[in-house]
Structures are given as C-alpha cells and as structure tokens.
Design a protein around this ligand. Sequence first.
Ligand code: NAP
Ligand code: G4F
Length: 351
Amino acid sequence: MTKRALITGITGQDGSYLAELLLSKGYEVHGLIRRASTFNTSRIDHLYVDPHLPGAKLFLHYGDLSDGARLVTLLAGIDPDEVYNLAAQSHVRVSFDEPEHTADTTGTGTIRMLEAVRLSGIKTRFYQASSSELYGATPPPQNEDTPFYPRSPYAAAKLYSYWITKNYREAYDMFAVNGILFNHESPRRGETFVTRKITRAVAAIKAGVQDYVYMGNLDAVRDWGYAPEYVEGMWRMLQADAPDDYVLATGVGITVREFLEIAFDRVGLNWEDHVRFDERYLRPTEVDALIGDNTRARTKLGWKPTVDGRELARLMVDADVEALEHAGRPWIDRVQLDSWRTPTAVAPVTA
Ligand code: NAP
Ligand code: G4F
C-alpha cells in the first residue's frame, strides 16, 4: 500500500528535503503552500511533475496555518497516514519584530493542525517541529529531560506547540511526537540565518561583489547539523512502535566566530578583514549556548548524524561559491548578481 503524507512548510528548507526523502521511499506526498503573488516553490521545483500525468506523486494545496477551517477540509480530503507540521515563522530575531504573527503561526498554528486531525476524524501520525530554542537560558548539554527556558517570542510559541502536542498524545491517544531539533543547515538554508548569511557573503566577497558583512553576536555557540540527515530523523520518529519526543543534534558546538573563520578560510580570506559589527543584529535576549545530547535518538531510532558544524561551513561555502559563479554568467542581468550582496539588498536590517 502506498503511504500518503502531508507536509506543512514544504517550500521551506526542511520541507523540501523531507519531500525528497518521502518520494524516494514511494510515498504520495501532499504539501501545503501559501498563495503568494510570485512563485515561492523554488526549493521543490525539481520535484514537481504535472499532476495530470500518470505517476505524479507530489500534490500541492493552497492553505495557511492561520485558517483552521481550511486545514480541517484538507486533512479530511487527503486522509494522510503521516502529517509533518513544519510550517512556522521560524526566524528568532524576526519574532521580536513580529511577536503576534509568530504566536499565531508558530504557536496557535499547531493547535489548528491538531484540531484539524481530531475534527476530521482521520487516523494519522503527527510530527511537530519543536526546537532546541526551548532550552534557551538552560546551559548545555541539553536532552529530552532538560528544563525549558525560552528566550524569544519564537521560543515561547514553540513551547506552547510542544506542550499541546504532548497533551493531544495523552488526551486523545494520538500518535503525536515532538522532534526537538538543534540548528540544521544546508545550501537551501534561508538567506538570513547566520550560517547562510556568512557563506553567501564569503562567496560574494571572494567574487568582488561586496567587501564586508555586518554581523551581531559572534560568541553564541550552536550545534549545527546537516538538514538532510535531520529529516531522516523526523521520518524515523513516525515509524517507531510508540510515540515519544526526541532530540536531534550532533553533540558538537562551535561559536559563530569559529564558523566565520572556517568559512572565510575555505576561500583563502581572513574573516577579520571583512566582518563588521552592527548592533541591529543583536537580540533583546540571546540564547548563549546550545549543544545537544542525542542518546535517545541514537539508541531508540538508530539515527546517527555524520556532518558537524565545521564540515558544514566548508560544504555551504563551496555550494554558494558555485551558485554565485552560475548567477554571474553574462546572460544573467546585474540585478541578479546584486541580490548576492548581504544584507541590505535582499533582507530587512534586523535579520
Ligand atoms: P523555513 O525554511 O523557514 O520554512 C518555513 C516554512 O513554513 C516555509 O515553507 C513557509 O512558507 C511556511 N510557512 C510560514 N508561515 C506559514 C503559514 N502561516 N502557513 C503555512 N505555511 C507557512 O524553516 P525550516 O528551517 O525548514 O524549519 C522547519 C521547521 O522546523 C520550522 O517550524 C522551524 O521553526 C523548525 N525548526 C527549524 C530548525 C532549523 O535549524 N532549521 C531547528 C529547529 C526547529 P513560505 O515558503 O511561503 O515562506
Ligand atoms: O542562524 P540564527 O538566526 O539561528 P537561531 O536563532 O539559532 O535559530 C535557528 O535555530 C533554531 C534551533 O535552535 C530554530 F528553532 C530556529 O527556527 C532557527 O532555525 O542565529 C544563530 C546565532 C544567534 O545566536 C544569533 O544571535 O547567530 C547569532 N548571529 C550573530 N550575527 C546572527 C547574526 N544571526 C543572524 N541571523 N544574523 C546575524 O547577523
């Protein structure tokens, strides 16, 4: 029997890798996408097959986590075996600028999804994209038993989602799990998260398109892993015999400063010559250090990460250098090349 999955946030970094993984396993994949005035599917365009053709296995549906009635209709119509709730306003710094919107999407959006599962009466397994941001001010190492101490509107919204997922598991006997994922990155990472901001800047500076990149707190420690490995972990959580919550992390923490050093070094440059400080990239409250203990996922799911933050920095620089070489071909106009400048050409000043 072909399994059917619904992914919210399919156009995001994780959604795109998860769709790839599930299609490779023979799933029929349904994705929730937001209507936009321009196409917003660039991360999954390579997976798209005209749904009129026989053999098509990827189907996209308009919807939004703010629209509960739409979610009930969709769930009832698709009747998926597995639901992966990845959609969210996922940027921590932006959540201080847009706290109410973040609460509505990243927090209340989860209860709308869980209610849609319950009210539509379908039997499905539910994955909730929880986050190491929940640990906030609690020092590392962090595992499933570590107390939470959220430090941003984003983390507070994710905390609500974490507990409501657990509550639906206990109250309604749902197979609902929280994946408490530490930072995971890739060449598809959003351009305003710190790793991608750095690796794009390295490529642009090496190519002579820009001279400096403006950054915030370089002392923060993060446990950066590789996104394709983390979506494999999500899938494993839904294949387990019983629902539980799991940390996915590499166990290796490095500072933003070290990531900068490795990334610039990859192209033969000294980071200190090109990095400037801008206080607009600081957060009102910061999460100083996240380093995860993945023992439960390793022992119970057989999940094992192989790429840590140092290797990731090199991998992402190589990908952005290649992408910029491609964008810089003469037949692409200047505007496209300019979009490589960070941060002002493509991003608001606080991200
Ligand atoms: P991402 O690249 O920012 O993708 C977020 C996705 O959510 C996009 O597809 C976005 O659609 C969609 N979305 C946003 N608001 C929505 C709404 N109101 N209704 C429907 N869809 C909406 O995030 P990611 O890195 O893939 O992360 C996936 C999930 O894991 C997120 O929930 C994130 O908070 C969580 N998480 C991520 C990490 C990490 O390190 N990456 C770690 C822990 C937890 P558009 O493309 O239209 O914007
Ligand atoms: O890349 P970041 O914006 O990621 P952050 O805040 O750790 O959040 C990410 O990981 C979470 C999991 O722990 C996810 F839940 C969340 O959705 C998201 O994917 O920032 C990383 C660190 C921070 O300490 C930040 O202050 O980098 C520091 N940083 C320093 N300069 C900067 C900058 N971050 C950004 N985005 N831009 C800067 O210029």
